[in-house]
Design a protein around this ligand. Structure first.
Ligand code: URA
Length: 263
């Protein structure tokens, strides 16, 4: 029996799984694509039956990535002010991400504000408008900030660890966040926020180099570039798990106390 009752049902299933963009003009039948030949077996008795070691693209890939990160860091560090940094980010290709996005989404709010909020990556609405956190999660974020006396129009600055919408709203990869990190760091140095709020696991693990998940990381103060950082739950997660709002509220109160203590 067919797994899907109709092509429309198959399409709906794909959309739900986040496959919402065509990468090519023509469909590719992956089952028809020739498979690589099986690994050759060496002829000596000691290695008979063991596959030959694969070719070694890994080290080459790692050094290409390291070179790209170096280039991004040099570019970011050469930017004397925010305008220059914005131009540099817009001219950057984000390791290919830019090609699939409508807009480069850098930041919204007051540069130089005491609070900087760093999220994951633009979604579809952010990509369309060129501004971070303008969809449903963004509206919840605005309400969360308002509850502790902050807003993007008066005293907060909002950005992400990635400046382009990943295809199908997938999570950014470690390589993508590593490539953008020099720009995030430069943005922080130029804006000099007193306190940073990280929203969700992606920015928290990317910037704090932590292997611990966000549910264990949240609610504790960390330090990044010499500034106090609070990792907390992403508003998109809170929309799906309203019971977690109590934890989020505790984090927001700690954030507010730190910001007002420094006044
Ligand atoms: N989620 C994010 O992490 N960032 C945005 O800009 C929008 C949604």
């Amino acid at each position: 029996m067919d797994q899907f009752p109709s092509p429309l049902a198959a399409l709906a299933w794909l959309l739900e799984a986040g496959v919402d963009e065509a990468l090519d003009d023509r469909a590719v039948d992956r089952f028809a694509v020739p498979q690589p030949p099986p690994a050759k077996l060496a002829g000596t008795p000691s290695t008979v039956g063991r596959p030959m070691p694969p070719p070694q693209p890994v080290r080459a890939t790692v050094s290409v990535e390291a070179a790209m990160i170096d280039a991004a860091r040099q570019l970011a560090d050469s930017c004397a002010d925010l305008a220059a940094l914005e131009r540099a980010i817009r001219a950057f290709d984000g390791g290919g991400l830019k090609a699939g996005a409508l807009n480069t989404v850098i930041a919204d709010g007051i540069a130089g504000a005491p609070l900087m909020v760093i999220g994951e990556a633009p979604g579809a609405e952010e990509d369309a408008k060129g501004l971070p956190f303008v969809g449903r999660a963004g509206q919840l974020l605005d309400r969360m900030l308002a509850a502790i006396g902050y807003s993007r129009t008066t005293n907060a600055y909002i950005t992400n660890v990635i400046y382009w919408r990943p295809p199908g709203n997938r999570k950014p990869t470690v390589a993508e966040t590593a490539l953008c990190r020099p720009f995030v760091e430069r943005l922080i140095s130029l804006c000099e926020p007193r306190v940073i709020l990280l929203l969700g696991g992606t920015p928290s693990t990317a910037l704090l180099d932590s292997k611990v998940g966000i549910t264990r990381l949240r609610g504790q103060w960390h330090s990044f570039l010499g500034r106090p950082v609070m990792p907390s739950l992403h508003p998109a997660y809170l929309l799906r798990n309203p019971a977690a709002k109590a934890d989020s509220w505790r984090d927001l109160l700690a954030l507010q106390a730190r910001l007002t203590a420094d006044d």
